[in-house]
Design a protein around this ligand. Structure first.
Ligand code: ADP
Length: 197
């Protein structure tokens, strides 16, 4: 905390906000290669939660890199800063009582650990969308792998930048053996207790 920035003590607590919403707040963090299925599965999970009256918000590259983080590149330092800012925003949203779904490649173990430190272990669920590079490249949803292979994109995760596989994620989803619906169901089942306890 910066010197002379002294927090005001506001009277409504996170717990009170949670009681009003009637569910716990969480950060569901989807990590995996580009095209692995993070956004698709996050979307399906959000849809199911919304139907149940759970208050949600999705953070992804589209709504973050175009605004808050539009001054950041894909260098290792900027990737770290990208994730740090997202984690701080997600932390505020969790404090506000939301279930936040964040879909980011987030290739570095230390950055993902930092997210957990920022939002707190009890609020954090790390979900590894485990799709092999070959399959992501075969899908090439946005044509980015072809561009990366052609040398038109630098620092592309899986091709010219590393992806550090999560060592102990809370949830692993294999999208080569599960459909989108099955993948979403795996996530929903695993977070059930954390949502309502
Ligand atoms: P990311 O957000 O990880 O970059 P996307 O969700 O944008 O990836 O793209 C994943 C692509 O893979 C989508 O076109 C989706 O339809 C497809 N896909 C095929 N099978 C699955 C699955 N089981 N789970 C998630 N996505 C899948």
């Amino acid at each position: 905390m910066q010197k002379n920035v002294i927090p005001h003590k506001f009277s409504i607590t996170k717990e009170q906000r949670g009681e009003l919403k009637d569910h716990n707040a969480l950060l569901l963090w989807f990590t995996g290669l580009s095209g692995s299925g993070k956004s698709t599965i996050a979307n399906a999970v959000e849809h199911a939660l919304h139907e149940r009256g759970i208050h949600t918000y999705i953070l992804d590259g589209d709504n973050v890199r175009k605004g808050l983080n539009n001054n950041l590149s894909f260098s290792p330092e900027d990737r770290t800063e990208n994730i740090r800012r997202i984690a701080e925003v997600a932390n505020l949203m969790v404090d506000a009582g939301l279930v936040v779904l964040a879909a980011f490649v987030s290739p570095y173990e230390k950055d993902r650990k930092n997210i957990e430190d920022i939002v707190g272990k009890q609020n954090f669920v790390e979900i590894f969308i485990d799709t092999p590079l070959e399959e992501c490249e075969r899908r090439d949803v946005k044509g980015l792998y072809a561009k990366a292979r052609a040398g038109e994109i630098q620092d592309f995760t899986g091709i010219s930048a590393p992806y550090e596989t999560p060592k102990k994620p809370d949830i692993i989803v294999d999208t080569t053996t599960n459909t989108v619906e099955e993948s979403a169901a795996i996530v929903l089942k695993k977070i059930e207790k954390k949502l309502t306890n």
